[in-house]
Design a protein around this ligand. Structure first.
Ligand code: PEP
Length: 254
């Protein structure tokens, strides 16, 4: 049994008007205060709404034990970067975490490891925990390169000053995101083991405390099996985090 408390993180992506986000977070807060309270010490829970909803979601929490994070940040503290949001701005709103390097950012916005590392460094400087996403494409897996790709992305994206407790890694095979497909338990175990070994080379024994999340089509029906895999310390959940009942069921899978 791992000493690392699992983190169940929801990535709402570009979904939800204010009423939707508030209804979702209120349902989660109610569950955490009610039926979920008995299970609360088994996991940490985080939601990452669109930037427009971070402040109202935090206001609606009413002290519920649920963290709120951003989905991306700029590497600079402020300046002439139209449309961007800095880690310091997220911190100022009350966010605790920020996702960096999600494959949709790497693809849609052509972000590379160096940019992801700069964003993660900014998150640390602002007092946020960066959730650094890495993962291979289907072509890379088919070519037998999955382990080499995640090792390269991890080493390229991990900022100076990272420790086992101030960053989180999310392994998200690109081909599993939003597709309903997941790697085999053996493949997940192999990649997570490699990530921890690479992290050990960078941060030493702190790697024992590092939380490595699995992400990609996590659902209530497969959560328990995925969370039981050695070196899996929680989940980054996309689609299924938009329904309170599904997100809760995933948390109960820990
Ligand atoms: C994600 O985009 O981070 C993700 C894991 O999505 P989904 O759960 O929908 O596959």
């Amino acid at each position: 049994m791992s000493a690392r408390r699992p983190l169940i993180a929801g990535n709402w992506k570009m979904n939800g008007r204010k009423a939707d986000g508030l209804a979702l977070v209120r349902a989660l807060a109610d569950w955490l205060a009610g039926e979920g309270a008995a299970h609360r010490d088994r996991f940490d829970m985080l939601v990452c709404p669109p930037a427009t909803l971070i402040a109202p979601v935090i206001d609606a929490l009413g002290g519920a034990p649920l963290d709120v994070g951003g989905q991306d940040c700029h590497a600079a503290e402020n300046g002439a970067h139209t449309g961007d949001i800095s880690a310091w701005m997220l911190k100022d709103l009350g966010a605790t975490h920020v996702i960096v390097g999600h494959s949709e950012r790497r693809t849609d916005h052509h972000e590379d490891d160096e940019q992801v590392r700069a964003k993660a460094a900014a998150a640390l400087a602002a007092g946020l925990v960066p959730i650094i996403c890495i993962g291979e494409t289907e072509a890379e897996r088919d070519a037998g390169q999955a382990l080499a790709i995640v090792a390269r992305q991890l080493n390229g994206s991990l900022p100076e000053g990272a420790t086992g407790t101030n960053v989180v890694i999310a392994y998200e095979p690109v081909w599993a995101i939003g597709t309903g497909r997941t790697p085999t338990a053996q493949d997940v175990a192999e990649v997570h083991q490699r990530i921890r070994a690479e992290a050990r080379g960078r941060i030493g024994d702190g790697a024992d405390a590092l939380r490595i999340l699995y992400g990609g089509s996590v659902k209530p029906g497969n959560a328990a099996e995925l969370m039981a895999i050695e070196d899996v310390d929680g989940a980054l959940v996309g689609g299924a985090s938009l329904k309170a009942a599904d997100f809760q069921a995933i948390a109960l899978g820990c």
